[in-house]
Design a protein around this ligand. Structure first.
Ligand code: SF4
Ligand code: SF4
Ligand code: SF4
Length: 499
């Protein structure tokens, strides 16, 4: 923090409140244990600490500004943004944090409780908000970020793995979609809760951060996107190994070959047949080994701190909850080195995931298939399909196996990886092709590079059937289902994610 600051009472008040934040105190108190643990060295420890203090200070500055101001609409946000010379989206992200922490309350004056449009439920119009500041003692209101055990225990964990990937004490273990914490090592800093996409996820803020250009098609069913295509790989080794169009594998091949990235995080089949495990992808062989969709939950992001990714550039291929975790951590950035290393978010469509024993193996049992006979699995036209080595196709309607999917996935509203740079999946595309939603400028440049280098062929999604309509319909269906389950959990007084 060797920058020039104007030391005023106001400044000191904000710094004091920041230093009094529970997660900062826990972090400072456990400095020696954290450095001994070895996930972060002393330099990284202080980088994280100072960034957390800066962010907390700015948040309390906003809180005190709101508290001391008469105006309580969007104009106060604009005023704060102009005075402090910070972007409105940054102020909005802090505003959401203040609400999540219970320090303010945001009322959307035009939102009806009877709203029938499912998209409105997961969005917020900040221009229509009234800000109500809670003025009781800050000490009473300050949130304690607890360890994510509470997320595991409430059956809402997405199994993304980011908590394990950033924990400074390396004390979270996620296996087969379920997590546990070594209580003897945990310092209760709450960083895991802070980054978790199922503790709180300000969905509208994520959309605002994605939405950087005026060309955006803000289709709320599919999240913000620039362009939509179908595409398939021209790389013959990938074509032979991939599930559908092979576009995600081709993205990684191009990024590695051009040194845009040093490695990618993905999933490959592990020691147990058809049971995936997180993997680091560094070359073409790794890409071929990791090709193909896996329907068993796999916490890719837990590898974030297992390898020395500092000063590296990485891409992550993963499902929507992983893209949400990464974008959330980018917005609420606390200088975690491995998260800063993520340069590309390559999202895969995901309807639901299964645990290995209680899900995937039970489906195989129902279809009476030996694991060693399986060549490929996929979901198409409402059916789960298993292709065997003898070229038989065994199928079962999804509705007959829905009960085997993870309960944790029921609250997930995102089908198409709305928080990715580029989203890829099979829904909407003809057989052997991928549907591709380009969401950010970076995603657009990557897709164009694949075409210019003759690595893929593509056509606008409007030219194919079933196309965008099926994708939208399936995406709305997932949002509705998620909302239904959230309401059910609330009626049962169960914990739900704050979206
Ligand atoms: S489990 Fe969570 S609260 Fe405990 S040390 Fe790790 S990050 Fe901190
Ligand atoms: S959702 Fe991700 S970050 Fe949250 S508890 Fe589960 S694995 Fe950890
Ligand atoms: S359904 Fe959602 S929570 Fe479950 S694995 Fe897919 S993206 Fe993650």
């Amino acid at each position: 923090m060797n920058k020039k600051v104007d030391i005023s009472w106001n400044y000191l008040e904000n710094v004091t409140e920041a230093l009094d934040s529970y997660k900062i105190r826990a972090f400072i108190d456990a400095k020696d244990e954290i450095i001994d643990c070895g996930v972060y060295n002393e330099y990284q420890f202080f980088e994280i600490l100072f960034k957390m203090i800066d962010e907390e200070k700015l948040k309390f500055e906003l809180y005190n500004y709101l508290k001391n101001n008469q105006d309580n609409g969007f104009s106060i946000i604009k005023q704060f943004s102009e005075e402090k010379k910070i972007k409105i989206k940054k102020v909005l992200s802090l505003l959401e944090l203040l609400e999540i922490e219970g320090l303010i309350f945001l009322e959307d004056i035009n939102k009806s409780n009877q709203n029938e449009d499912i998209n409105e439920i997961f969005t917020k119009n900040f221009e229509d908000i009234l800000i109500k500041v809670k003025k009781s003692s800050l000490k009473e209101l300050k949130t304690i970020y607890e360890p994510v055990k509470v997320i595991f225990n409430s059956n809402i964990c997405a199994g993304c793995g980011i908590c394990a990937g950033i924990c400074p004490m390396d004390c979270i273990n996620i296996q087969n979609g379920y997590g546990e914490i070594d209580e003897n090592k945990c310092i209760r800093c709450g960083l895991c809760y802070f980054v978790c996409p199922r503790s709180f996820l300000p969905a509208e803020i994520l959309n605002i951060y994605q939405n950087k250009t005026s060309n955006i098609k803000n289709n709320k069913n599919l999240g913000p996107y620039l362009e939509a295509y179908v595409a398939r790989t021209k790389v013959k080794e990938i074509k032979a190994a991939c599930q559908d169009g092979g576009v995600s594998s081709t993205c990684i091949l191009y990024l590695l070959n051009t040194n845009e990235i040093d490695a990618a995080l993905g999933a490959k089949i592990g020691q147990n047949p058809w049971c995936p495990e997180p993997t680091i992808i560094k070359n073409k062989d790794d890409i071929i080994n990791s090709a193909g969709t896996k329907y068993v939950n796999n916490p890719n992001l837990k590898l974030l701190n297992k390898f020395n990714l500092e000063d590296k550039k990485i891409a992550v291929i993963g499902v929507p909850c992983m893209m949400q975790a990464l974008l959330k951590s980018k917005i609420y950035n606390i200088n975690i080195p491995s998260i800063n290393s993520v340069k590309y978010r390559i999202g895969i469509f995901c309807m639901e995931s299964f645990s290995y024993e209680q899900g995937f193996l039970k489906i195989c049992e129902k279809l009476n298939v030996d694991l060693r006979d399986i060549k490929k699995t996929n979901i198409d036209k409402g059916k789960f399909l298993i292709h065997t080595n003898n070229d038989d196709i065994l199928s079962i309607p999804i509705k007959e196996i829905n009960h085997l999917a993870r309960e944790d996935c029921e609250v997930c509203f995102d089908l198409t990886s709305e928080s990715a740079d580029i989203s890829i999946g099979s829904i909407g595309a003809p057989l052997g092709w991928n549907s591709v939603l380009i969401r950010t400028q970076k995603g657009k440049e990557l897709f164009e590079a694949l075409i210019n280098n003759d690595l893929i062929e593509s056509k606008p999604i409007e030219e194919v059937k079933p196309g965008l309509e099926l994708l939208k319909k399936t995406a709305i269906g997932k949002k509705k289902n998620s909302y239904k389950h959230i309401i059910k959990k609330l009626e049962q007084n169960k914990k739900v994610p704050i979206y």
